[in-house]
Design a protein around this ligand. Structure first.
Ligand SMILES: *Cc1c(COP(=O)(O)O)cnc(C)c1O
Length: 444
């Protein structure tokens, strides 16, 4: 690797942002980045609607349409008046107060709303500070449930390959073991049980051999497994793959039959992204535990939630240690909870299903021609998610630069150029995102 920083997506920075970038490179870690940084990030000055405004032009563009919704989260776009008001109103009351021994209206209202809108049966809500922590809490709940019932040997986890559940330790152990991000730790992490990746395709015909294998694996390991954890319908950062909702029913049945809990990680899929309010809805089932995050606050603040059924909560509370031993300092943060409630209500009061359908149609139309490009393996769309999979690893710098030249922010990874835009993205901007994704696929 060269010592000198590579030029960023817009080319070498020389203008007003240069001093900031110099300090950034020297002091600031970025996601999955080296230190000092090698890549010049773009400096964002402000954001409004679906547009990011840069501190200085990159590839001739001062404004970029955001095709990433800040990693699935900014579903209403940026600088939204309703969410701004919710944040300001709460700020004037209190931005934070500890949650041990104290409670407050924003957290209580949010918990009640989440219990109402999530699948029937999820009643209890643990508010955590990020998605990875919500996954840790979900795993802890399930292990502790079995410990409380006198079955401490049920402490392993089972999942299928191709998943992603976060970057903290136990969450990493259920990510795809060969998926690239975490294989570094393969000898150090707890060893979990992996089924083959689910057969691809939301509309795929049932695959009896795969389903039988899944049931057998769960049956064989049930004596030592606390829970099955999966991302329902869409596997996100593990490879942007879709699978048939029917498989979730297979998991539900096998878990019930063999005494294993079922966790759905809906951190990416929750709040309408796949065309159902929660992906579990495609299968019409309720998991024992569900994780939410990302779009929970509309992309404003970090907050996540782990929901569970009364069976799980009562099991834990009847145990030798009758408490859930978890309590982050910023648990239930009032500012984040107030914005989250406003964001979920804004979603429900609007026509989110219609908007997601409209974006789905735009993505299908705009990305279809990419299937004919050299180096493209597959184009797939589900809900407000569009994916171009290449037959080789993307040249990230070249692909990003091509998208920026087209006026769009995209962040490819591995062999994937993908988009999950805010639901408020207008048809012209969806078309622009598709054109940029095609340009990125050609360039990268
Ligand atoms: C992003 C993500 C996480 C981790 O959430 P963070 O807030 O980044 O910790 C976990 N699971 C899934 C499915 C995700 O998409």
């Amino acid at each position: 690797m060269p010592d000198a920083p590579a030029p960023g997506p817009g080319g070498a920075a020389a203008g007003a942002a240069a001093p900031l970038l110099e300090l950034d490179r020297r002091h600031v870690w970025h996601p999955y980045g080296p230190m000092p940084g090698r890549e010049d990030p773009l400096v964002v000055e402000s954001a409004s609607g679906v547009r990011l405004r840069l501190a200085e032009p990159a590839a001739g563009r001062r404004e970029l349409v955001d095709g990433m919704a800040s990693w699935w989260s900014a579903v209403h776009g940026y600088n939204h008046p309703v969410l701004n008001t919710a944040a300001r109103d709460q700020l004037d009351r209190m931005s934070h107060v500890m949650f041990g021994g104290l409670t407050h209206e924003p957290a209580v209202r949010l918990a009640r709303l989440l219990a109402e809108v999530t699948p029937e049966g999820l009643e209890h809500v643990f508010l955590a500070d990020s998605g990875s922590v919500a996954v840790e809490v979900a795993l802890k709940m399930c292990l502790q449930y079995w410990r409380s019932l006198g079955r401490p040997e049920k402490r392993r986890l089972l999942t299928w390959r191709g998943g992603y559940h976060g970057d903290t330790w136990h969450a990493m152990s259920v990510c795809d073991p060969e998926g690239g991000m975490h294989q570094l730790w393969s000898g150090a992490l707890p060893r979990q049980i992996f089924a083959e990746a689910p057969p691809p395709g939301f509309d795929a015909e049932p695959d009896p051999a795969y389903e039988r294998g899944l049931r057998e694996l769960i049956a064989r390991h049930a004596h030592e497994v606390a829970a099955v954890i999966v991302e329902p319908v869409v596997q996100g950062a593990g490879g942007m793959r879709f699978h048939a909702p029917g498989l979730l029913r297979v998991l539900r049945e096998a878990c019930d039959e063999h005494g294993v809990l079922l966790i759905f990680d809906e951190i990416a899929t929750g709040f309408g992204r796949t065309g159902a309010l929660f992906a579990a809805g495609h299968a019409g089932i309720t998991p024992d535990v569900m994780c939410l995050g990302k779009a929970l606050t509309g992309g404003y603040l970090t907050l996540a939630a782990t929901l569970c059924t009364p069976r799980v909560a009562e099991g834990i509370s009847r145990g030798e240690v009758p408490v859930l031993a978890h309590g982050p300092t910023f648990m239930g943060n009032p500012l984040a909870a107030a914005v989250a409630e406003a964001s979920v209500r804004l979603l429900l009061e609007g026509d989110w299903a219609g908007e997601v359908k409209r974006i789905e149609a735009g993505l299908r139309e705009g990305l279809a021609p990419a299937a004919e490009l050299p180096g493209v393996r597959e184009v797939r769309v589900l809900g407000a998610i569009g994916v171009i999979q290449l037959d080789h690893p993307a040249d990230m710098a070249a692909a990003t630069r091509a998208a920026v030249s087209a006026g769009v922010w995209l962040r490819p990874f591995r062999d994937l150029i993908y988009t999950m835009p805010p639901y408020v993205t207008a048809d012209e901007d969806v078309a622009l995102i598709c054109a940029a994704a095609r340009a990125a696929a050609s360039a990268g």
